[in-house]
Structures are given as C-alpha cells and as structure tokens.
Design a protein around this ligand. Structure first.
Ligand code: ADP
Length: 425
C-alpha cells in the first residue's frame, strides 16, 4: 500500500473509532474535535522537527518517525546524500583541473566578460607577470601591448597574437583566447621563442644563400655571353650547349630573384606610399603588351582610386598575375584586367580563358614551389614562387587573394583591398 493511502486509512480508522465511541457515549462532537486537534498538532510538531532537521543540516541520519513523515525524511535524506556525493566528485574534478593547469608549461588565465581576471595558473606569473592577487583587475591594465589590446577587443580569436613577454623581453609569446561558458574566456600564452628563432634562421639562411648566389651567377652569365659572342656556329653541339646553359642560368637567376624578394617580404618593414593604381596597371600592361603579347591584354579601369602601400611590391604581384594569365592561356585568347570599387573594397580582377585549375590546385597554388601537374606545365617555364609572392604582398597590404577557376574554361584571380583612404584623383 502506498504510504499516503496508509495515512488516510489510519485517519479513517481513528474516525470510525470516534464514531463508534461517540455513538455509545453521546460525545461524538467532543471526540471528533479532540481527534482533529490531535491530528493537527501531530503534523505541526512534525513540521517543526522537519524544519529543525533541515536547518541544522545533520546529514548522516534522520529522526525516527512514522507514516508519511518517515517517507518525507527518507526522500530528502536521499537527495541530500546524493548532493553530498556529487559535491565531493565536483570538488575532486576542480582540484584535478587546478593541479593539471598548475602543471601546464603554458600560462592560463580565465577572464570574465569585463576583461577582469578570474583565475591564473602558476606559469602566468612566470611569463605574463600575473599573480592570484591580480584577481578582479582588468587585463588590459596589466598587459599593455597595443597589439594585445587590439586582439582582445577584436573578438576574432582564430589566430594567436605574438608579442614579447612583459616580464622578459627575450621571450616571445603566442597568445590565444578561447570563448567558453557564458561570457568567460580562457587566455593561453605559449612560449614560441625557439620556434621564432628557427624561423628567423631559416629566413636569414634563404636570404643569405640567395644573395651569395647572385655574384657567381652574374659571372657565369657573363662568360656564357662572351662564349656565345665568339662562337661562330661551327659546332652545333657547342652552340646548343651554350643556349642550354644560358636558359638554365636565366632560370636560376629568376629563382634567386624570387627567393630574395620573398625573404625581403618576410623580413622588411612595410611602406605606406600613395600609389596611383590605374597608372601602375597601365604601365604594367603596356610593358607586357609590347614585350610579350601585343593585343592580348584588355585593361578596364572603372575606378580611379589610389592605394596606400609599396609600389614595387604591388608591381611585382600584379605583374606575376598578368604573366601567369598570359602564360597559362592560349595565345589567341584575351586576358582581362579590371580595376573597380565596391562599397567596402577595391578590387583587381585578372581573368583569362586558359586551362584553369582544379579545386585542389586552387588550395595549393600559393604554396612555395607548387606547380600544377608536370604534364600540363612542362613546356612552361616558372619557379613556382610567383603566387607565393602575390599572397605575401597582398597580406602586407591587408588584402586578400580569391581564386575562381574552372578546368578548361579559365581562371579569375581577384585581389581585394580594404578601403582605408579617400585618396582619389
Ligand atoms: P610559376 O612560376 O610556376 O608560374 P606560380 O606560383 O606563379 O609559379 O604559379 C603556380 C602554379 O599555378 C603554376 O605552375 C601554374 O600551374 C598554376 N597557375 C598560375 N596561374 C595560373 C593561371 N592563370 N591559369 C592556370 N594555372 C595557373
């Protein structure tokens, strides 16, 4: 029988007894009144004991009682016991989490939505100079690098921000922020000094080797030209050998020039000169049209907007795109160059009706030395560095390269620049 039914049955039993005794003693009303008062006081007393038990918080046992009250005590006791177990589990998990984050070599800081510090681990003290006593302080007041403050405000945390450690300027940190929970953020700072040093060594090595190769190459080229001048064509073997040597030294010269340009793009500071883009495009088209493919280039200038940046770098990027379009499309097709402005950006489109690229090639063509499948490109000279240069130049101008292409139909290489100046002609 359910406990409630038992409670009602007991009450009905007592009520029946009152009725029978009341019938014989003619004291029904008084007896009924006494029964009601008894029931009421019993429950009031139980409520008092229950409230006292809840308040004093004794969790290990509950007072002995009967009926529905015993069941109530038992159920609440069970809930309390479960909660206690869960609380223990939770504090164990929190403790483990704390211990593991304390052991982390990377600095970890929890920030709330107001950029205030909620918690820091031990490594945060070593590399960021933040301590548990900084809890509640706003992090931009403690880490004052403009780069970091801009990153924090940007809400764009896909890539880390790199800056020197505030406590030791020889340490380079890569700081990343991860949103979690409601308005909480985890800031992780990793020491990337070694990585950066190796990267610098690699760049310096490539730049030095390329630079050192320049002089012997010029000398070899000079000798080949002298030999070609004195060659009277008596030996076909000698003439073709000299031609091959000249072709290979030219190729090597291009490679060295491209490597040096890439090294320069990776290491040198940015320039901010005003560039007349329509004029520059006109010049590039005229030079290439005259030198290589007369009548193949169609230039459309729908905007007379200028850009801020480095003219030499942009010249080299645009020339690479134009030369590729001419190289990788049939000689009887037109290459279109369009310079135009939209609401938010300035764009240059280089469109050709060439062999096109597959989706996989589109993802990879800006990698260094990547050249599309040898079968198709074997007759066309190139270093595989042109589009890597384009990508770097555009990155340095906060611009993007978007490639759209269809195999057998052609490609469109679009350079999109943000509008940051109203400098117009
Ligand atoms: P490369 O010196 O080989 O031209 P790039 O970096 O400029 O080096 O180009 C990489 C590869 O991308 C090229 O080898 C070529 O296969 C492909 N490519 C570049 N531009 C085009 C284009 N307009 N149409 C088709 N393929 C292209």
């Amino acid at each position: 029988m359910v406990i409630w039914q038992r409670e009602i049955m007991t009450f009905l039993g007592l009520f029946l007894a009152v009725c029978v005794i009341g019938f014989f003693t003619k004291l029904f009303v008084s007896l009924f009144f006494i029964l009601t008062l008894f029931t009421l006081f019993r429950h009031l007393y139980q409520i008092h004991c229950f409230e006292k038990w809840l308040r004093t918080g004794r969790r290990n046992n509950y007072p002995k009682t009967t009926g529905v009250w015993e069941e109530l005590y038992y159920q609440v006791y069970r809930i309390k016991k479960n909660n206690k177990r869960r609380k223990k589990q939770l504090s164990r998990i929190v403790q483990q989490f704390r211990e593991s984050t304390e052991a982390l070599p990377d600095a970890a800081v929890v920030l709330n939505f107001k950029d205030e510090i909620e918690w820091v681990n031990k490594a945060a003290g070593n590399v960021l100079g933040l301590n548990p006593s900084d809890k509640g302080q706003r992090i931009p007041n403690l880490i004052r690098f403009p780069k970091f403050i801009q990153y924090l405000k940007s809400n764009q945390y896909d890539d880390p921000v790199i800056f020197p450690s505030p406590v030791n300027e020889n340490l380079i940190l890569a700081v990343r922020i991860i949103n979690y929970g409601v308005g909480l953020r985890l800031l992780l700072a990793q020491d990337v000094t070694q990585l950066k040093q190796m990267e610098r060594m690699r760049k310096d090595f490539v730049a030095n080797v390329s630079h050192e190769l320049r002089t012997p190459l010029t000398v070899i080229k000079g000798y080949i030209e002298t030999l070609q001048d004195v060659d009277e064509g008596d030996s076909i073997l000698l003439t073709t050998s000299l031609q091959n040597m000249q072709g290979q030294t030219d190729r090597m010269q291009h490679l060295v020039d491209d490597l040096l340009l890439l090294a320069h793009l990776e290491t040198k500071g940015k320039k901010h000169e005003i560039i007349n883009i329509p004029g520059l495009l006109q010049k590039i088209c005229d030079e290439n049209s005259a030198a290589l493919e007369p009548g193949r280039i169609q230039l459309t200038l729908d905007s007379n907007a200028f850009l801020l940046g480095d003219e030499n770098e942009l010249r080299s990027a645009f020339t690479n795109l134009l030369c590729n379009a001419l190289k990788y499309s049939p000689e009887d097709t037109i290459v279109q160059i369009n310079w135009y402005q939209t609401e938010k950006s300035l764009s240059l489109n280089v469109i050709d009706c060439g062999e096109g690229l597959t989706q996989n090639d589109i993802w990879r063509v800006t990698e260094r030395f990547y050249r599309v499948e040898k079968k198709r490109t074997k007759k066309i000279n190139g270093t595989g560095l042109g589009l890597a240069i384009v990508k770097h130049v555009l990155m340095r101008h906060d611009a993007q390269l978007v490639i759209r292409s269809e195999l057998g139909k052609g490609s469109c290489f679009q350079c999109t620049f943000p509008i940051i100046t109203d400098v117009t002609q």
